[in-house]
Design a protein around this ligand. Structure first.
Ligand code: MN
Length: 132
């Protein structure tokens, strides 16, 4: 039996928090939530989730800055971070990659796209660990 994966959802929009939380819970994931980048970083350090969904546009510490902080810290550097954003340009995607995001989803994000991106990145992460 596969262990339940824990997903940390970092998103400042309450409607999106609710929508993604319901989708994730429905697919059997344990969900942790943070409403801003600073709290997201703290929660990642405290709970070591298996994967992080990171909204990019948030006040104070935005998703790119939060991701950079996570990647600089050896305790959280290996956690895959999927960027969630309304900005679909090539430059934004490139910026997200440079900040350390492993994947990039453009809002509005449908359920299948979200769930398959999570699955794909969890599988990649497991195979990295087993080959390390
Ligand atoms: Mn936002």
């Amino acid at each position: 039996m596969e262990r339940t994966s824990t997903i940390l959802l970092v998103e400042d929009n309450e409607d999106n928090q609710e929508i993604y939380r319901i989708i994730l819970a429905h697919h059997g994931y344990q969900v942790l939530q943070a409403y801003d980048g600073g709290l997201g970083v703290e929660m990642a350090r405290a709970h070591a989730p298996d994967l992080i969904l990171m909204d990019l546009t948030m006040p104070l510490i935005d998703g790119l800055a939060a991701t950079r902080l996570l990647k600089e810290d050896p305790a959280t550097a290996s956690i895959p971070v999927i960027a969630l954003t309304a900005h679909a340009s090539r430059e934004d995607q490139e910026r997200a990659r440079k900040s350390g995001c492993c994947d990039y989803l453009t809002k509005p994000i449908d359920r299948d796209t979200l769930v398959s991106a999570i699955r794909r990145n969890l599988i990649q992460q497991r195979s990295k660990r087993s080959h390390a």
